[in-house]
Design a protein around this ligand. Structure first.
Ligand SMILES: *Cc1c(COP(=O)(O)O)cnc(C)c1O
Length: 376
């Protein structure tokens, strides 16, 4: 029997009562899409992330697409523009850029943070680039003075992919507006509430965060067929709204986000102290709130061997992500591109289990087995 990497039933169990009450309130309200429950969640999400506008959406991918489309609608971006994106992200980051008629400009990452750095951004920079999409991969905030400086010097738009770091804050430098929370560092941010994320819904859901009122109102229109009111379509929009059920469930869980994030941070620190195999490279744990440990990712050159060794002992692990985006079949035209750090990481990374389904005993068991693993 293999213990799964993640069991969502267990992750939601502590909040079962609150979730059931939330769902019942929606059932009784008769308002199932948008409405008060969604507005309440938007309000609470905006205050939790210290931004002036939160717009609830159907999922994180649509949040990215709506943000980029609204920027095109407002003339801030044009079709054909380049948007720098790290090639080790989840594929959705790049797909959103392509679907909005722009070009993903794949960048390498810093091998320690596994995120974009000022250096890798500058290396990817070319005249067509008008924006960057920092991805706070694994929950680790991608932001510092040097990135801010590059953004200001080259007048770049910043669209954060904050699918993995809700509740984290930048600890090196404030964002372009002087605030510190992930999701408020750039011009806009996309959030995902996919069920596996630290703040997970019971289905698909996402949100956009921004301090720009015009961008927010344009996104609100695009979210609802191009008009905020019924039967008044100003723009060629989409249907990317959030269900009321997801909004109330998320609103109930949002109160516990810090507790969820802290629990994972503690578990990450435990792994870091227990794992002592020299063949394993452990993640840097800033310990200052700039990492919320969506994933705890170790590295080893013989990753596949380690993964199957652990699997043989009943320990489920995961790889986020096994194939860099520029090597995906849908991006064939970029397959000759060489991004050495991203490509090396894709062969070396392994995510260990975290969350409420993992107790100290299991962490000790996992660490002990990893410590006993010998590479020949
Ligand atoms: C989960 C995720 C997305 C997509 O979010 P969905 O809600 O699944 O559409 C985008 N980018 C990153 C980095 C993600 O982890």
């Amino acid at each position: 029997m293999i213990r799964p990497f993640l069991d969502l039933k267990v992750e939601n169990a502590p909040y079962r009562q609150e979730i059931a009450q939330a769902i019942d309130s929606v059932l009784k309200s008769g308002q199932y899409i948008g409405g008060e429950a969604v507005e309440r969640f938007e309000h609470n999400l905006a205050s939790a992330t210290q931004v002036s506008h939160a717009i609830a959406t159907s999922n994180g991918f649509d949040a990215l697409r709506l943000t980029l489309s609204a920027m095109v609608e407002l003339g801030k971006l044009n079709k054909g523009d380049g948007v720098i994106v790290p090639a080790n992200s989840f594929v959705a980051s790049a797909l959103a850029i392509s679907q909005c008629g722009m070009e993903p400009v794949f960048a390498d990452v810093d091998p320690t943070t596994m995120n974009l750095s000022a250096q890798t951004i500058l290396k990817a920079l070319r005249p067509t680039v008008r924006a960057i999409m920092p991805v706070h991969l694994y929950g680790n905030v991608c932001w510092d003075e040097d990135i801010l400086h590059v953004v200001q010097k080259h007048n770049l738009l910043v669209i954060e992919d904050n699918a993995q770091a809700l509740g984290a804050k930048s600890c090196h430098s404030p964002g372009i507006n002087g605030t510190w929370m992930a999701g408020g560092l750039g011009h806009a941010a996309a959030v995902s509430f996919y069920p596996t994320k630290n703040l997970g819904a019971l289905g698909d859901a996402g949100a956009i965060l921004t301090n720009d009122p015009l961008l927010a109102s344009t996104i609100r229109k695009l979210r609802n067929y191009g008009g905020e009111d019924h039967y008044n379509n100003e723009l060629i929009g989409y249907n990317c709204r959030m269900d009321a059920i997801q909004a109330t469930v998320l609103d109930a869980k949002l109160k516990h986000l810090d507790e969820i994030n802290l629990h994972r941070a503690k578990q990450a620190a435990i792994y870091n102290s227990l794992i002592i195999n020299p063949a394993i490279s452990k993640p840097q744990l800033p310990g200052d709130g700039s990492h919320i440990y969506y994933q705890y990712v170790i590295k080893t050159p013989k990753r596949d061997e380690l993964k199957s060794y652990l699997q043989g002992l009943g320990i489920g692990t995961a790889v986020h992500y096994p194939l860099p985006i520029h090597k995906q079949p849908c991006y064939q035209q970029y397959s000759d591109l060489s991004l050495p750090e991203v490509e090396r990481l894709s062969r070396q990374i392994l995510s260990l289990p975290l969350g409420f389904g993992v107790d100290l005993e299991y962490q000790k068991f996992v660490a002990e087995k990893i410590n006993k693993w010998a590479t020949i």
